[in-house]
Design a protein around this ligand. Structure first.
Ligand code: BGC
Length: 729
């Protein structure tokens, strides 16, 4: 967070000295404006409460004029004139939407991740917002969990990179700048491991899993200077994170050195009562404050409970003052004391907005993952005269937003139909919805099937509604909802009779389990939710104007029973062997995923050869150079993505089958060759010993390089790690 200047620290101390208890608690309270801003007054008694100092922070207030007016009430009409902190979930853009985080992770490009956060920050700041509840850094290996779409996916290494890129993007180089906003890393910690992928369920993971998988992205966010962190709704082995002093005060503040603000999740302090660890709001408030939570989001527990908790001796006034001082320090760092109206003042030019939409189209196209492409069904023939767009997502602009659309208007999203018509002005584009996203109505089926008799190719637009993923959207059946499978199978059959290609685009917030579609469609694209330029981005890929380059950031299971399925599993003592019943496998399903982590095709055709490592042995201070030759045998220029994995051959703790340590990209013309070089600092190869302490364990390491985590696609070489042998315990 950075330390305050001495004069600022003195100013904060003096301000706290003048505050009544209510004013202090107001600074620790954040209330929702619920988007229901009608003129200068927000819902309920909030405006009066801002005036009286009972509310010091707001969320869900949209619009520069409303933000300015509320700020004016705080600064000009409250006794001490402390500016408001105005926050919103700006998750993947504010008015201009980019693809949601997991979709964006498909790019494997931290600079792109930073750029979209920067643009989102500029737009949000122009609307008077000073803080976003992002990035979400919950590692998840469970596609049943709807929030998998909001985060980095299954890899902690990716989570670290995403954390750093997003914090830098949102916060810019100067948090006080008019176009910077404070980032909130969430949800600390382990939320992505909810039992059975069920929203808000309990989390019970090992200390090793916590340290190896779930904490590293947060540590990276802290190192990048994240302004605030949000504890998860969930409990960790029985202790709700909102009351987890050992995790918040000890681990986060003392061990990771986090000095910023801890803001509770929505109503989470009051929910300590439901968790069963507090009898009432007084105890709930005391537990959260003792754990180090500074801001109470909407539960009112601090305002209502802390005065009694003080009287009962459950909390000390010094703890309250400490939290107030952290909140004021953040407001100061945001430049709010200097000029509370600095955000929300500048109008963005039409040229800036157009440029941002160009970026959204670029990122949208790069987030699409071409999962299969039989007989080069894609790109579509340039001469195509008649194309059928079938399915409930073909003309569904609002759905293209995905979850958390901030202030993005539904009618500013480009549908697939609009994008394809624009891209193919000479082609007759037929369209039929067929069935709804969900529900039983099949009355549109016949019309849709008739289109298959006229078209030269079909693009099936299938998937989930935007609200089927994100918060409170766990699915026990993460497959196509409603009657979409029936529609798709009928289309495949009808089109199959004429031998015309059927391209399926899946709009989804998670890997959908569709092995039947994989085996029947001519091509399959994981489109996720591509954002405001969705239709144009997809058309760019369908027409071959661009080669696809996205890679799946999560392993795609072929059956729900395989979940959790991820590349970093350990082998166990009886690794899977199809010929051996007593090995680690299912008797009714293969162990293999539908698609491995990192899988994604391009319009090129790449081969890798000759992987080298230099030097061949390394100590903790070395940086190893890994190079591999890449050739594009295909007929088109394309970008190839190469992953760098490692595997320890032997170690004191059973090693994961693969550990991700790098990603590189190379763009090659048809027929061209090149060499890709990746750098691996050996200290990254430290692992946690039996005592959970990090150390570089000497020994042999396999270096594996290739286009995905599919073992059969990886080239392998060796690296020897030198170092002090670990002490025997
Ligand atoms: C979510 C958070 C979000 C908050 C504020 C909660 O329900 O869990 O991720 O930031 O609401 O909207």
């Amino acid at each position: 967070m950075g330390t305050l200047k001495p004069q600022d620290a003195r100013r904060i101390e003096a301000l706290i000295g003048r505050m009544t208890l209510t004013e202090k608690l107001g600074q620790l309270t954040m209330m929702a404006a619920s988007h229901t801003v009608t003129g200068p007054v927000i819902a309920g008694h909030s405006t009066d409460d801002i005036r009286s100092g009972r509310i010091g922070n707001l969320l869900n207030l949209i619009g520069a004029a409303a933000a300015r007016e509320m700020q004016r009430v705080a600064v000009e009409e409250s006794r001490l004139g402390v500016p408001l902190l105005i926050a919103l979930d700006v998750i993947h853009g504010h008015r201009t939407l980019f693809p949601p985080p997991l979709a964006e992770v498909s790019l494997f490009d931290p600079e792109a991740w930073r750029m979209t956060a920067r643009e989102a920050a500029k737009e949000a700041a122009a609307d008077g917002i000073a803080m976003t509840f992002a990035p979400m850094l919950d590692i998840s290996r469970d596609p049943r969990w709807g929030r998998i779409i909001e985060g980095p996916g299954e890899s902690a290494w990716v989570g670290r990179l995403l954390a750093e890129a997003k914090v830098r993007g949102f916060q810019g180089t100067d948090l006080a700048a008019a176009d910077s906003i404070a980032a909130v890393a969430k949800h600390f910690c382990g939320y992505g491991a909810v039992t059975a992928g069920r929203e808000y369920a309990s989390v019970d993971i090992s200390e090793r899993a916590l340290l190896e998988v779930h904490l590293p992205p947060f540590a990276a966010a802290v190192s990048a200077g994240v302004a605030a962190i949000m504890p998860a709704f969930t409990d960790l082995a029985g202790i709700p994170m909102t009351a987890h002093a050992a995790m918040l005060r000890q681990r986060l503040r003392r061990e990771l050195g986090f000095e910023g603000v801890l803001v509770s999740d929505y109503n989470a302090i009051a929910e300590l009562i439901q968790h069963g660890v507090a009898a009432d709001l007084i105890e709930a408030a005391a537990l959260a404050l003792e754990a180090g939570v500074d801001i109470d989001m909407v539960s009112g527990a601090y305002l209502q409970g802390l005065p009694a908790a003080l009287e009962r001796g459950l909390v000390r006034i010094s703890d309250i003052d400490e939290s107030v001082s952290r909140v004021l320090a953040l407001k100061m760092r945001l430049g709010l004391f200097e000029d509370p109206y600095r955000r929300g003042a500048a109008l963005e030019s039409a040229a800036t907005l157009a440029e941002r939409r160009r970026l959204a189209r670029d990122i949208g196209a790069r987030s699409l993952v071409l999962l299969t492409n039989r007989e080069d069904a894609l790109p579509l023939a340039e001469s195509i005269r008649c194309l059928a767009l079938i399915g409930p997502l073909a003309d569904a602009p609002a759905e293209m937003r995905g979850p958390w659309w901030s202030a993005a208007e539904p009618d500013t999203q480009v549908s697939v139909l609009a994008g394809v018509c624009e891209a193919l002005p000479e082609t007759q584009v037929l369209h039929a919805r067929g069935v709804d996203i969900d529900g039983e109505d099949g009355s549109g089926m016949a019309t849709a099937l008739e289109l298959c008799d006229r078209a030269e190719a079909v693009v099936l637009c299938l998937g989930e509604a935007a609200t089927m993923s994100g918060e409170a959207a766990s699915r026990a059946h993460p497959a196509l909802p409603g009657r979409q499978r029936e529609l798709a199978e009928a289309v495949l059959e009808r089109a199959g009779a004429r031998a015309i290609p059927v391209i399926a685009a899946l709009f989804c917030g998670r890997p959908l389990i569709v092995p039947w579609l994989v085996s029947q469609a001519s091509a399959l694209i994981a489109a996720w939710f591509p954002g405001c330029e969705a239709g144009r981005a997809l058309a760019d890929i369908l027409t071959g104007r661009r080669s696809p380059s996205g890679r799946t950031p999560v392993t795609w299971p072929r059956a729900v029973g395989q979940i959790p399925l991820y590349f970093g599993q350990r082998s166990g003592g009886r690794p899977a062997d199809p010929a051996n019943r007593y090995s680690s496998r299912y008797i009714d399903e293969s162990n293999e995923p539908l698609f491995a982590f990192g899988h994604g095709l391009t319009y090129g055709r790449f081969s890798l050869a000759n992987v080298r490592v230099r030097p061949e042995s390394a100590t903790e201070t070395s940086t190893v150079e890994i190079s591999v030759d890449v050739e594009n045998h295909g007929g088109r220029r394309a970008e190839e993505t190469v992953f760098l994995f490692t595997r320890r051959l032997k170690s004191r703790v059973a090693p994961p089958l693969l550990e991700l340590h790098g990603v590189g990209k190379i763009t090659l013309d048809a027929g061209a060759r090149g060499t890709l070089i990746l750098h691996l600092p050996a200290r990254e190869l430290r692992s946690l010993g039996p005592d959970l302490a990090p150390a570089l364990e000497p020994g042999e390491l396999e270096i594996l390089v290739g286009p995905s985590a599919d073992r059969s696609s990886l080239l392998s070489t060796r690296l020897t790690l030198l170092g002090q042998p670990p002490r025997r315990s």
